[in-house]
Every structure is written in structure tokens, then in C-alpha cells.
Design a protein around this ligand. Structure first.
Ligand code: SER
Length: 319
């Protein structure tokens, strides 16, 4: 790598673990974390950190210059449920931050960009099961519209200006180290905290709301792998479908009950159910598997065991 890595949105759910993984792989000083707020102790103490707003082009440019940055991972975004409550704010954050980075890459200030897309790019008219890479996309959420638009621009900047931008459509990402903020798939994280604390959970999605999901370690592996792959292997320059698991709240609850038999679940769907209804239940990711050799590792029961161990460790430490 010619220069260093900059992670924007490094203190979020995915950004935190991605930063730590990249520091492990490439050296602590090689990976500059930045976010609008400070992150957890491990992130803050393991390498350089800079406070920065992802929409502040001048500040981001100064970081690129100061640290001799050649790769940017743009992880800052407003997620689906929060974006419905603040549409223009979400649009501005999600789009402005992307344009700044794409333009820096176009001007050859940086060499490579990772930008995450999401299953939210699909909509109610998309085939729901085994959703193909290329299909009908009429997203009905602000977040989905911003990610779909972003994908078009990524492909455009690659085709017109030769920008090396790489992207995957993350499913719901399940993890315990840093909480997610404002997603529709967040029930699948809350459920573990409540199962351990109270032995019961009321889901804001209906029992049969099937959604594509993935354990964090797999999401990080996919991110590292797509960025490490030779450029000619990356044939899709909008964003790759990526899949591991697919489950409903009921199936997840049953998997938790195998470990905690007394756990009980109830259902009280709210506005997020409509968002879930508009998204696929399962994703066909054969192109990612073929082009850059993507493979997931965690199945449902492994994910449940890892989450219960991880969350109960945290609960003990916080006592
Ligand atoms: N997990 C995200 C959300 O629910 C989907 O990309 O908003």
C-alpha cells in the first residue's frame, strides 16, 4: 500500500471492528480512525484518531494530506429507521460524504475506496427470495434510496474516471462489541441483551419477518477480502450482493432457546415492520463467491453461541 488507511465513521458498529482488524493486519499506525465522536477505549488507544464530520470535505482533505492516506473506508451513514425520521439529514450525510470521497479519488488524491451499500437498495417490487445481483430495485426508504443512488455514482465514477471503488450490500450485521444505531435489523442484537438480562424480549418485527443476516466476523472478512482482491477480479462496480444467513425473529428465538430454555419472546411490530417487508428475505450472492471467492463461516447456532458469550462477558464487566 502506497499510503495509509483512513476509516470515516470508525466508531460505529462496523467501523470499530473494521478499524481494529485493519490495525491488526497492516499495523496500528497505518490505520487512522475518524468519527464525529470518540469511540471505545480499545479503538481510541490502539492507533491514531481524529474527530471529523464526514460531510466536512476540507477537514477530510486535511486528514488525507496530513497522514498520506491512499485508501478510504467510508463507514459513516444514517441507517434505515433513523433516516425515516430525518430524511434530508440522512440524504445529506449519506450522499455528501460519498461525493467528497469519490471526488478525491477522481482527483487522484487517494487510490482506493470502500463504500458499503445495503440490502435496503431493494424494494417491495424486488423478488423476495434468493434476490439476484441484478434485478428490479425500487427502494422505498430514505436510506435505501441513498444507497441505491450511491451505487449508481460508484459505478459511474469507476466507468468514467477509473476510480477504484469497491462495495458490498451488507445484510443485517450481528455483533456485540459496539451497538448499532437505528437499523431495522437491530432487533437481532437487542434480543441477545434482553435474553441474558431479563429472559424475555418483545420484538419490533413480526415473528415471520425473514431478513438476510450475517455475523460481524464474516462481514469484516468480506470487507477485507474485497479490498485485498486484484482490481480485475472486481467485476461489479456498483455493489455486490453478499449473503450468509437468513432468519426470522421466531427462528432466532428458537435458536436462543436451545441455549437458554426459559427465554420467551413476544411480538409488537412497529413502523420498522414496513421497512422489513420491503426488503428481501434471502440474497443470491453467487457473483461475490465467483469473482473474489467470498465464503461465509458462521451459521445460526455458532452466531447465537458467540453472541451469548460476548454479551454475557460485557454484562459481567459492566457490573
Ligand atoms: N442494518 C441496516 C438497517 O437495518 C441495513 O443495512 O438499516
Amino acid at each position: 500500500m502506497a499510503g495509509k488507511i483512513l476509516i470515516i465513521g470508525a466508531c460505529g458498529q462496523i467501523g470499530t471492528e473494521l478499524t481494529l482488524k485493519l490495525r491488526d493486519l497492516y499495523g496500528n499506525d497505518q490505520v487512522v480512525a475518524s468519527d464525529i465522536r470518540e469511540g471505545n477505549e480499545e479503538l481510541m488507544s490502539s492507533g491514531p484518531f481524529e474527530l471529523a464530520n464526514a460531510t466536512d470535505a476540507a477537514k477530510i482533505e486535511a486528514l488525507i494530506d496530513t497522514y498520506n492516506i491512499s485508501e478510504v473506508y467510508l463507514m459513516a451513514a444514517m441507517l434505515s429507521a433513523t433516516a425515516e425520521k430525518a430524511p434530508m439529514k440522512a440524504w445529506n450525510l449519506n450522499m455528501d460524504s460519498l461525493f467528497h470521497i469519490l471526488n478525491f479519488a477522481k482527483d487522484k488524491k487517494i487510490e482506493k475506496v470502500f463504500w458499503p451499500s445495503s440490502i435496503a437498495v431493494f424494494g417491495p417490487t424486488t423478488p423476495k427470495n434468493d434476490t439476484p445481483q441484478t434485478t428490479i430495485m425500487e427502494p422505498s426508504t430514505v436510506y435505501g434510496i441513498s444507497k441505491q443512488t450511491g451505487e449508481r455514482w460508484c459505478e459511474y465514477y469507476h466507468d468514467k474516471y477509473g476510480v477504484d471503488v469497491r462495495s458490498i450490500r451488507y445484510p443485517g450485521i450481528i455483533s456485540y462489541k459496539t451497538l448499532p444505531g437505528g437499523g431495522t435489523t437491530d432487533y437481532a442484537i437487542e434480543i441477545f441483551h434482553e435474553a441474558l438480562k431479563n429472559k424475555e424480549y418483545t420484538s419490533f418485527l413480526a415473528e415471520d419477518a425473514g431478513l438476510p443476516m450475517m455475523y460481524m466476523d464474516d462481514a469484516i472478512k468480506a470487507t477485507v477480502d474485497i479490498m485485498a482482491a486484484a482490481s480485475e477480479k472486481i467485476k461489479v462496480r456498483s455493489s455486490y450482493n453478499l449473503s450468509a444467513l437468513s432468519f426470522t425473529p421466531k427462528i432466532l428465538a428458537e435458536a436462543i432457546q436451545k441455549e437458554i430454555p426459559e427465554f420467551k419472546i413476544a411480538y409488537q411490530p412497529d413502523f420498522r415492520q414496513k421497512i422489513a417487508d420491503s426488503w428481501p428475505s434471502s440474497i443470491n450472492d453467487s457473483e461475490a463467491r465467483k469473482d473474489w471467492n467470498w465464503k461465509h463461516e458462521f451459521d445460526l447456532q455458532n452466531l447465537v453461541k458467540e453472541m451469548l458469550t460476548g454479551v454475557s462477558g460485557q454484562l459481567k464487566n459492566s457490573k
